[in-house]
Design a protein around this ligand. Sequence first.
Ligand code: NAD
Length: 478
Amino acid sequence: MSMKLDHYIAGHSVPPHSGQYFDNFAPGTGEKIGVVAAGDARDIDDAVRAAQAAFAEWRDRKPIERGRIMMDIARAIRAHSAHLSALESLETGKPAWQSPLEIEVAAQYFEFYGGLVNAIHGDVINIGAGYHSFTRREPYGVVGAILPWNAPLNQTARATAPALAAGNVVVAKPSEETSATTVELARICVEECGLPAGIFNVVLGTGKSAGASLVEHPLVRKVAFTGSVRAGREVGRIAAERIIPLTLELGGKSPNIVFDDADMAIAVPGSAKAFVLNAGQICLAGTRCLVQENVHDEFLAGLAKAVAATTVGPEADSIVGSITTKAQYERVQSYYDLARAEGAKAVVGGTVLDPDKAKGGWYVTPTVYTGVTSDMRIAREEIFGPVAAVIPFKDEEDAIRIANDTEYGLAAGIWTQNLSRALRVAARLEAGQIYVNEYQSGGVETPLGGYKQSGYGREKGLEALHHYTQLKCVTIKL
Ligand code: NAD
């Protein structure tokens, strides 16, 4: 199979101005699967201008008509689930069972925001008799969405659906490693669901070229960026220079806190899942497992057993698939060396998968380290692989102190049967999403975003709509 991916601009598949393509590999096998257009500022300019030309008509449409198209998109995503899932697994290395679940979430974003189009409204403000004052929520215009490789279609839908619902138009720049499903989604929206051409465009290419050009383009009025802190900082600099609003969804090193009164029958498997799913390539992953010292040994034995039983490999039913990029595969391994050098001990994992089982793919084994303190780099840096550090704590105060001892603040888990404790701790954790007694609960409805260096702005839920609209206040003297 050889796949050639081009941009999707104004309802057409368009080759890059440069004529250049780069190779694309299947992480599950390490084999080349095709080529991807190397977009640059010229392609971005075409896409942004196409979007700008389509903006007024989309903005001025009855919201309910926008919503109807979005419902049709949700249905079409579900109808194409098998095809989209196969593409997603091919490019990301996700096991075959996992991609359909993520494609379903992508459909739900369109359904959720499609149903909310009429909830985007302002307020009437009483400033006394003789005046009528009210607010309007208006779209920005062209929104640039820059996306990572760990959940490509899900994240494209997460940024695109609320933007479109609010009457914006979109130019998406997926990760250069995982572009296929984003292009396919744009095609489905325009060619099968009646979304007018130009409203949703996709430009492929690297972050430094296509990505940076998108943020720099003078007609782009808002950017939604999901990715690393490093790239987020560069995007933030350009956005600050241009004075455009930015949503930054960045990395995490999230604490998963297990108290001694936790129900271990759910806390142990739940804590394993918290960092192994998607081969640990989840921004929210609970990779710092903080355990109360009087249950530490019992918990660790259970966790090691659960993690050791996690199946890894190219089989369709493996719990853990491959790491999505070669660079990331190597980066995860570099942390095995670092952990050894820092004096941590792997109670399970700490290796790549046996080459006979990996069959050329980029697989690593889920890993649990002990002997870790909060100041070590393996406890501070986002590894973005299935690697957890277990750190003991004394009491509630100590747990909160260690949990917040990080520059990140995306998510946190709490395992306890004491509701008052759960609420007390949740209130003091510096993180945007908190889960109690189940890690990573929530859906398209629950707002997501970072504290500290995990970013700012919020995606998902009603909250995201506010980030894709700007407020205008109109006051009339009667
Ligand atoms: P990355 O930062 O390398 O790339 C993300 C996107 O930004 C890609 O499309 C890339 O091409 C683009 N990019 C890179 N440099 C750029 C630049 N200078 N200007 C403009 N665009 C640029 O991240 P990644 O490796 O693809 O993804 C992994 C990271 O994403 C992890 O840190 C993870 O935690 C984070 N992430 C966060 C969330 C969240 O919701 N908070 C979700 C998923 C992933």
